[in-house]
Write a protein that binds this ligand. Structure first.
Ligand code: ASN
Length: 309
């Protein structure tokens, strides 16, 4: 019962109201920016025979419905690719809940939640440079909107939100790894004073391999400065059947659950595209100047959570 009282005390903290106002303004700005650029907003899908296999191991999050086994959404990646094949769906976005039952190894992470929200978008025929330019504009616009409309709340939180005049730099993961070692993201995030992109990661099969350059990838992360860590990951997508098969086999994946998706690809229906997903709680944490992701949510879903409610 002690814990219940502590939770009530957290709810009474003076910052929670300010954070809620900022959250609303932030979400409004994110959506507004894409709606003004002719993006269509979709609603999230919560269960499907397939979901993002992710680049790291998590516990399976599945449920049984009659004779079917369905996965809870880890990200909307495949539904984004499929939705782009619908009539007049050239640019789409979704505010989507994602479930990722992370392993206890990362229970001390200040940046991970077992369920979080992702601001996820995809552009038919888009390329990585177009996507990165859009992301930079989106982040700058959102910070500007919050700065303008939430001055009181930011002051209450003691946060002076940075204003970035210059372009976000773009680095390649191999150049950073050579200079800083495997922990380059963390080290660079702590040193940097402006958000920056890192390209060329080896990860999920759906991130497009650079045509003609095996082992090189047209993908990118956005990293926050001042030690706030990863903001977004995105990529151009694999859309050609043979290449998708090659990438899946390279990762030793079970192709069976993907039969319908692969059939779309085999028929040549998937479009080339590029997109990405911005972690909503991570952006809120950065904007609010909070150091732990738990501090911007009322209901704790961190990896070590004991799920009081
Ligand atoms: N949403 C990300 C993307 O669009 C994928 C992810 O969350 N794993 O690339």
């Amino acid at each position: 019962m002690e814990e219940v009282q502590r939770k009530f005390d957290d709810f009474s903290h003076p910052d929670v109201g300010a954070i809620a106002i900022i959250r609303g303004r932030m979400l409004q700005a994110l959506q507004q920016y894409l709606l003004e650029r002719d993006f269509k907003q979709l609603l999230p899908i919560l269960m499907s025979p397939i979901t993002d296999p992710l680049n790291h191991a998590v516990y399976p999050a599945e449920l049984q419905y009659q004779e079917r086994r369905l996965k809870l959404t880890a990200s909307m990646i495949f539904h984004k690719q499929l939705a782009l094949t619908a009539n007049d769906h050239e640019r789409i976005f979704i505010v989507a809940p994602n479930i990722r039952l992370e392993k206890p190894e990362i229970k001390d992470s200040a940046n991970h939640l077992l369920e979080f929200s992702q601001f996820d978008f995809e552009i038919r025929n888009g390329d990585m440079y177009q996507a990165m330019a859009l992301i930079e504009g989106l982040v700058k616009y959102t910070l500007g909107e919050v700065n303008q409309h939430c001055a009181l709340q930011l002051a209450q939180l003691g946060r002076k939100l940075p204003h970035y005049e210059t372009a976000f730099p773009i680095y390649s993961s191999d150049e950073l790894r050579a200079e800083y070692g495997d922990d380059f993201e963390k080290i660079m995030s702590a040193q940097a004073h402006t958000p920056f992109f890192v390209t060329n990661y080896k990860r999920e099969f759906y991130d497009r391999e650079t045509p003609g350059q095996r082992g090189h990838y047209n993908n990118y992360d956005l990293i926050y400065p001042d030690g706030y860590g990863e903001a977004l990951s995105g990529a151009e997508r694999e859309f050609e059947y043979e290449q998708i098969l090659y990438r899946m086999r390279e990762l030793d994946m079970d192709l069976a659950p993907f039969a319908n998706f692969l059939e779309f690809a085999r028929r040549g229906l998937l479009h080339p595209s590029a997109g990405g997903g911005l972690g909503i709680e991570r952006l809120l944490k950065f904007i609010c100047g909070k150091r732990h992701i738990r501090d911007v949510a009322l209901f704790d879903r961190t990896v070590g959570s004991n799920f009081l409610f």
